[in-house]
Design a binder for this molecule. Structure first.
Ligand SMILES: Nc1nc2c(c(=O)[nH]1)N[C@H]1C(S)=C(S)[C@@H](COP(=O)(O)O)O[C@H]1N2
Ligand SMILES: [Mo]
Length: 218
């Protein structure tokens, strides 16, 4: 899908672009209190909200593919069986969405980015990682953030296949950054030298997105 086909003028996109302009939800708190699990300006939810651009791509796991490309020794395209054939790991981590909700203790099953990077052999020149999804969504991060031990390509949540609305069959989960850095319906991972900002990053959202220092907007 071309960038121009994305819902540029949807109400959500306009509202969230406005928040970036106004600096909405910033508390100005500086640091992480030792005993605090909830980042500044966040509130806890028990349910799991759905947030996306409103274009749910229905890609059944039988036809789902993941390209791993760019600055790697062995570019690969995984299908769902290939993903399950990789070493399987699980993590229990928290979600922090920039719209201020957080959700604790989500159990994820899938492949760690550590094992993924081992499989493709990332070249020394790689600095940034770019993501493309089946709905045309894009995002980006530093290779150090991608390589964080809690980051996973996941196919299951709470022991059940990841639902379509939450990015199934396969999404990325990057628990230490705001949740817009966790692309749903993952289609492509590309290792590059030069950065390229994604959908929200070009609309006023922070390039790094650390919830503990409230890197909400750029
Ligand atoms: N492909 C895709 N991934 C996406 C998005 C999207 O619109 N498309 N939205 C992001 C945003 S802004 C958030 S907060 C989370 C929401 O994930 P959830 O719907 O599973 O809660 O997905 C992120 N990943
Ligand atoms: Mo979000």
């Amino acid at each position: 899908m071309a960038d121009s086909d994305l819902p540029e003028d949807s109400k959500l996109t306009r509202t969230k672009s406005k928040w970036a302009e106004l600096g909405k939800f910033l508390t100005g708190r500086q640091s992480r209190p030792e005993d605090d699990r909830l980042p500044p300006g966040q509130h806890l939810v028990k349910n799991w909200p759905v947030l996306d651009l409103g274009q749910t791509p229905n890609v059944p796991k039988e036809v789902w593919r993941l390209d791993i490309a760019g600055l790697v020794d062995k570019p690969q395209t995984w299908d769902f069986k290939g993903l399950l054939g990789m070493p399987q790991s699980h993590r229990v981590t928290d979600i922090h969405c920039v719209t201020t909700w957080s959700r604790y203790d989500n159990r994820w099953d899938g492949v760690t980015t550590h094992d993924l990077m081992d499989a493709v052999g990332v070249k020394d020149t790689a600095r940034r990682v770019l993501f493309t999804s089946n709905d045309g969504y894009t995002t980006n991060m530093a290779i150090e953030d991608f390589a964080n031990p809690d980051v996973m390509v996941v196919h299951s949540w709470e022991g059940e296949p990841l639902t379509l609305e939450h990015g199934g069959p396969v999404r990325l989960v990057v628990p230490h950054l705001y949740f817009w850095k966790s692309p749903k319906w993952l289609r492509r991972i590309e290792f590059v030298e030069a950065d390229k900002r994604g959908f929200w990053e070009v609309r006023g959202y922070h390039n790094h997105a650390d919830p503990w220092t409230e890197e909400r907007y750029s």
